[in-house]
Design a protein around this ligand. Structure first.
Ligand SMILES: [Zn+2]
Ligand SMILES: [Zn+2]
Length: 246
C-alpha cells in the first residue's frame, strides 16, 4: 500500500472520493483506479476498526463532545475563505455568461426578433445579477447561531419533462426561539446525518452549514465544504482535501 509523501499515512487506492490524504489533505499521487469502489460505504472497513462500536470509533478518531475547536483555527478559516472566493467567482461567472447564452440560444431558435432578444437578454441579466447579489449578501451577513433540529421533511417535485427532484428540509429552532430551515436539493447527506433532537451550530459561510454538537455516537461526518459523507476517522475530506469539523 502506498504512503502519503507529506505525512506518511497509508493511502487508499485513488478514486474520485479518495483524491486527498485523509490525515493531512495532501493530493494522492497517480491516476484514478478504474472499477474501484464508488463510495466509502462500498470499501471494506479496515481490520483495526472491525467489531468496534460507534462510540469506540468516535473516541479512537479523537472526537470530543461539543462543537469543534478546529473552526477557529487559521487553517480552517483560510480554507473557508478560499472556498468562498471560489464560490463568489463561480457565481459572478454564471451571472456574466448566462444572459448572453440565453440571448444566443434564443437567437438561434428565433433569429428574426433582434430587439426582443436583446431586451430578454438584458432582463435575464438584471435578474441573475440581483439573485447573485442576494446570495452573496446572505452569505456575508448571516450570523452564526446554535439551535436544535425540530423537524425533517422531504418534498418531491416533478418538472414538466418528468425529472424528479427531492428537497431535504431540516428545520431548527434557534436558542432565541426562531425557526430556521436548511434546504438541500438532491443532496441527502446532511439530512441523513442529522436527527430530530440534535443540537446544532449554524456556520453561514460553509457549504454544509450545520455542525452537530454531539458527534461521539457517530461513525460518519459530512464534509462542511463539499457535502461528501466521510468516515469519522478522516481528518481531511478525501474528496476535496479540506479539513473536517471534528
Ligand atoms: Zn498525508
Ligand atoms: Zn469535502
Amino acid at each position: 500500500m502506498a504512503r502519503c509523501e507529506q505525512c506518511g499515512a497509508e493511502l487508499p487506492v485513488k478514486t474520485w472520493f479518495t483524491r486527498y490524504c485523509t490525515k493531512c489533505g495532501a493530493k494522492v499521487p497517480g491516476d484514478r483506479a478504474s472499477g474501484a469502489y464508488n463510495t466509502y460505504e462500498d470499501m471494506p472497513l479496515p481490520s483495526e476498526l472491525r467489531g468496534l462500536t460507534a462510540e469506540e470509533r468516535a473516541e479512537r478518531a479523537g472526537v470530543k463532545l461539543g462543537f469543534s475547536d478546529r473552526f477557529d483555527t487559521e487553517e480552517f478559516q483560510e480554507a473557508m475563505g478560499k472556498a468562498n472566493r471560489t464560490y463568489g467567482l463561480v457565481m459572478v461567472g454564471v451571472a456574466l455568461l448566462l444572459a448572453p447564452l440565453v440571448t444566443l440560444i434564443a437567437g438561434l431558435i428565433k433569429p428574426q426578433n433582434t430587439a426582443i432578444l436583446l431586451g430578454a437578454g438584458v432582463i435575464v441579466e438584471i435578474i441573475v445579477v440581483i439573485v447573485v447579489i442576494c446570495f452573496v449578501i446572505k452569505r456575508l451577513t448571516s450570523k452564526q447561531w446554535d439551535g436544535e433540529v425540530v423537524a425533517q421533511d422531504t418534498r418531491v417535485a416533478r418538472s414538466r419533462s418528468g425529472v424528479r427532484s427531492t428537497t431535504y428540509i431540516t428545520t431548527c429552532m434557534t436558542s432565541d426561539g426562531k425557526r430556521r430551515k436548511h434546504k438541500e436539493t438532491n443532496q441527502p447527506a446532511l439530512y441523513n446525518y442529522l436527527e430530530v433532537g440534535d443540537e446544532v451550530r449554524y456556520h453561514p459561510k460553509l457549504h454544509c452549514p450545520l455542525e452537530k454538537y454531539d458527534k461521539t455516537h457517530d461513525t460518519e461526518l459530512v464534509c462542511p465544504f463539499c457535502g461528501l459523507t466521510q468516515p469519522i476517522e478522516n481528518d481531511y475530506c478525501g474528496g476535496c482535501g479540506k479539513p473536517m469539523l471534528k
